[in-house]
Write a protein that binds this ligand. Structure first.
Ligand SMILES: [Mg+2]
Length: 265
């Protein structure tokens, strides 16, 4: 994994003549990680950069998040952009609407887990259990260190039977457990789906995908885009399917600014 700005001169000439389909994760990529998911906001400067990208015909853009669709739409608040919610299970944008099929029974499973966790976790301070319709998020960033093992034990007890029967999937985020339905659908598949659709819609015009994300769930997208485009991990370099890394949401801004100026130059 290379530091992107070290390779910039080389990349610049490769990128200059291309059009891009930019996929951006939200938390930890556009919005700095906050104490609670409610407090994670995108800086005004980032919003302005996204607006310039949307105005430029050389770019297409999608926000790809683990958040529920309506939550991510509200947080980003831009029109004419594609939103992917619930780790790929919901996609919405201009002339696009997709939702992974949810069966009543699957929703009932999540409901049971939610009720069980709510009852068992009332005594633990700082836990936030978020119901995102197609998944549940159990945030433990604000939980006292000494209680974290207890949270994990309770979670384990509540989900183990569903897990072994393959009725749910457990994903790991930053100080959050994601209890998802076992769709064969993730951020990587959503990205490939959007690219295929784009290719069909625009015919000859090829968009090079750029994917930027900071989480374990973004690895699915990095993997799906191997040898297809530019993949950028946000954070300290680590074993990953991504080719490049940037250190922080601030550097993501800087990168977005640079690719806009490539097209304006
Ligand atoms: Mg993230």
């Amino acid at each position: 994994m290379d530091y992107l700005f070290d390779e910039w001169e080389k990349l610049k000439s490769r990128l200059k003549l291309k059009d891009f389909f930019i996929f951006l994760d939200y938390d930890g990529t556009l919005a700095p990680i906050a104490e609670t998911p409610q407090q994670a906001f995108m800086p005004e400067q980032t919003r302005r950069l996204l607006e310039s990208l949307l105005r430029n015909p050389h770019f297409k853009m999608a926000i790809v998040s683990g958040r529920e669709l309506k939550d991510i739409k509200k947080r980003v608040g831009l029109e004419n952009i594609i939103y992917v919610g619930n780790h790929g299970a919901q996609i919405q944008g201009p002339k696009i609407k997709f939702s992974a099929p949810v069966y009543q029974k699957s929703r009932a499973t999540l409901e049971r887990i939610k009720n069980d966790l709510t009852a068992k976790l009332t005594s633990v301070k700082g836990v936030i259990l978020e119901d995102k319709g197609l998944s549940l998020s159990l945030h433990y960033r604000l939980v006292d260190k000494k209680d974290i093992t207890r949270v994990k034990t309770i979670l384990h007890e509540s989900i183990i039977l569903y897990l072994v029967k393959n009725k749910i999937k457990l994903k790991y985020g930053k100080m959050v457990f994601e209890i998802c339905l076992p769709f064969d659908w993730d951020k990587g598949k959503a990205v490939l789906w959007l690219l295929a659709r784009q290719k069909f819609a625009s015919g000859e015009k090829m968009f090079v995908p750029i994917y930027i994300g900071d989480d374990v769930t973004d690895e699915d997208a990095f993997k799906a885009l191997q040898n297809k485009g530019l993949t950028i991990f946000v954070g300290r370099p680590k074993p990953s399917y991504a080719q490049y890394y940037l250190n922080s949401p601030g550097q993501v801004n800087k990168f977005l600014g640079r690719i806009i100026s490539l097209k304006e130059a």
